[in-house]
Ligand binder design. Structure first.
Ligand code: AMP
Length: 271
């Protein structure tokens, strides 16, 4: 990309924030972090078809490019890259990046092929934008872990920063998909954060049995109308393997459908 080449020739460092758009404060915080860690910030907006399954919400994914361009400038993005599907996946496109182990957990199980799509688009965007640093949200913990692994395995000379989850006042993790919740579903959606906080307290108070936490979390979530649990997992923070006993900091990760909207959240539970 000519923009990156020019910035690099000027000796500037580039931070990059890849997104699917429909910006909220979470996205904007990643861009502000970009300003703190680099001389210039590029973001991309691309709803990547290869990371959506055939029955998922690619067509229904919220989009508002005009609004996004305005608010991203306000958050300090210097360039917004909005490629076309045909530019990134022309006819005859045939190459995908596949990770062996990490996708066999959490969202990878209910969304087969999702992380292959994510890795492929992120690698392509890295080659086009040529950033020094790229910033991703910890809300998508598994995505961040898989991208870190790809960057290491494929020798990308890019520093990856994981940024803490930005939340609404009542704790709900911000997500572009939250706009699709009805007012009553929006109330039910609080159960994800409530479950994580409750589990965090239980572990801090000495609970070591993941089964007990998973059971009480299931009860709490099911007590909220219109919820359907995809998974409740306590797992190793590196390998994402299930933990049998909580004897160190563990990742608790949740995926819950509220109405038709699939929400995810996670938290590190420490003893
Ligand atoms: P998306 O547009 O949903 O693909 O997200 C683009 C980037 O923003 C990803 O790195 C996400 O992890 C990150 N992100 C999304 N929601 C949040 C949030 N609530 N807090 C922090 N980062 C987020």
């Amino acid at each position: 990309m000519a923009w990156s080449q020019k910035r690099r020739q000027m000796g500037q460092t580039i931070a990059f924030v890849p997104t699917m758009g429909y910006f909220h404060e979470g996205h904007l915080e990643l861009m502000r972090e970009g300003r703190r860690v680099a001389d210039t910030v590029a973001a991309s907006i691309f709803v990547n078809p290869t990371q959506f399954g055939p029955t998922e919400d690619f067509d229904a994914y919220p989009r508002d490019l005009d609004r996004d361009l305005k608010i991203a400038q306000g958050a300090g993005a210097d360039a917004i890259f909005t490629p076309d599907r045909k530019d990134l996946y022309p006819d005859g496109y045939d190459t995908f990046i596949h990770a062996e182990k990490l996708p066999h957990h959490l969202c990878g199980l209910s969304r087969p092929g999702h992380f292959q799509g994510v890795l492929t688009i992120v690698a392509k965007l890295f080659h086009i934008v040529r950033p020094h640093t790229a910033i991703f949200g910890q809300k998508d913990y598994q995505q961040l872990a898989i991208i870190r692994q790809m960057v290491k395995d494929l020798n990308f000379d890019i520093r990856i920063i994981g940024f803490p989850t930005v939340r609404e006042k009542d704790g709900l993790a911000m997500s572009s998909r939250n706009v699709r919740l009805s007012p009553s579903q929006r109330i039910s959606a609080r159960c994800l954060y409530q479950s994580l906080i409750k589990a965090k307290e239980a572990v801090a108070n000495g609970e070591t049995d993941p089964k007990k936490i998973i059971a009480s979390t299931g009860t709490l979530i099911r007590s909220h109308p219109d919820t359907e649990i995809d998974y409740i997992k306590l797992c190793d923070t590196d390998t994402l393997d299930d933990v049998i006993v909580i004897n160190r900091s563990v990742l608790m990760a949740l995926a819950v459908k509220v109405g038709n909207t699939r929400l995810i959240d996670n938290m590190i539970l420490s003893q």
